[in-house]
Design a protein around this ligand. Structure first.
Ligand SMILES: Cc1cc2nc3c(=O)[nH]c(=O)nc-3n(C[C@H](O)[C@H](O)[C@H](O)COP(=O)(O)O)c2cc1C
Length: 325
């Protein structure tokens, strides 16, 4: 399939694996890229720029296909060494960067200078237009369904994607709730040039996370996610568990006076315990409503081949069939 996204990133299929903390290691990024999608290493999961440089080298040993790096710009007081991470990306010859969080305007000149294609993750049309205005090559439009941070507007993809299509000139991928060929065909129909998947790629053979994480996603239904940190205007969609229940109880109890420090034990530094050790109740972790559509743990190639075959079947048979006669 050829779309503006496959052309932009030089990939076979219009499928991107979104950056995911403690999931987006070289193993997953390489597996997605080898299967014809765009794999993404999560920059900030690597503790230092030197560690990221090492991870990029590892990924390159596992694939000769294009892959990218996610840079999440956090509103933190002690900012990570972003110039160092960007240097590692440029020196590592990476040609695609997925930015997320704060506006990446400050970093655009250096990224563009290095010939890097930038796709910015946005949860609203106004942020997407801002990304277009500052020179991003594409956007990843994250609807309310998405795992991780859906923003504060709560607009689901059935509205957000066609709204983005009405306004944007640059290509965009649909993100949040994408799982299969049906998602891809629907996203294309709504104006996207591809899809971005997070949660679906965690439940794959190559995702370097504990089997408990994959099992939890397969067991979960579309009813099992919750939104935490809404009072802090830092809303995150997570899989429900005992830690999430504790956070929500705190939020109800403290209302508008809730501070990050009140819940820090449940949300900060918990990813290694969950993703590596499989201690599923250790804290809150991002997961999309799409868990309800995830019933197995295929390899990335099986998953991507299946998505493309299903999409082609839907377009050629189901959709064309409605027009025949
Ligand atoms: C476990 C997990 C960790 C994530 N970590 C990040 C991250 O560090 N940076 C980022 O930009 N997005 C992160 N995301 C968001 C994904 O890249 C993607 O946008 C989102 O998962 C799409 O929604 P879906 O899960 O419904 O596919 C994360 C998502 C999950 C599920």
């Amino acid at each position: 399939m050829k779309t503006r996204i496959t052309e932009l990133f030089g990939i076979q299929h219009p499928i991107i694996q979104g950056g995911m903390h403690y999931v987006g290691f070289a193993e997953l990024a390489a597996a997605v890229s080898n299967a014809g999608g765009l794999g993404i290493i999560t920059g900030l999961t690597q503790r230092t720029p030197a560690d990221l440089a090492h991870e990029i080298r590892r990924c390159r040993e596992m694939t000769d296909k294009p892959f990218g790096v996610n840079l999440t710009f956090l509103p933190t007081v002690s900012s990570p060494d972003y110039p160092g991470y960007i240097r590692a990306i440029i020196d590592g010859g990476v040609k695609a960067v997925e930015t997320a969080g704060n506006n990446p305007a400050k970093w655009m000149p250096v990224l563009k200078e290095a010939g890097i294609k930038v796709i910015h993750k946005c949860t609203s049309v106004r942020h997407s237009l801002k990304a277009e205005a500052i020179g991003c090559d594409a956007v990843s439009v994250d609807g309310f369904e998405c795992g991780g941070h859906p923003g504060e507007d709560d607009i689901p993809n059935f509205i957000l994607l066609p709204r983005a299509a009405e306004e944007l000139k640059i290509p965009f991928v649909a993100s949040g709730g994408m799982a299969d060929g049906r998602s891809l065909v629907a996203a294309l129909a709504l104006g996207a040039d591809g899809i971005n998947m997070g949660t679906r790629f965690i439940a794959t053979k190559e995702a370097p996370v504990h089997d408990n994480v994959k099992a939890a996603i397969v067991a979960a239904s579309e009813l099992d996610t919750r939104l935490v940190m809404r009072p802090l205007r830092n809303t995150e969609r997570v899989l429900n568990n005992a830690a999430v229940e504790r956070v929500l109880a705190k939020e109800r109890e403290l209302g508008a006076s809730l501070k990050f420090e009140d819940i820090i034990g449940e949300v900060a530094g918990v990813y290694p315990k969950i993703m590596k050790d499989g201690t599923m109740e250790a804290g809150v972790w991002s997961c999309g409503m799409v868990a309800g559509l995830i019933h197995d743990v295929p390899s990335c190639k099986e998953l991507i081949d299946r998505i493309m075959a299903q999409a082609e079947g839907l377009i050629r048979q189901r959709l064309a069939g409605f027009l025949a006669g």
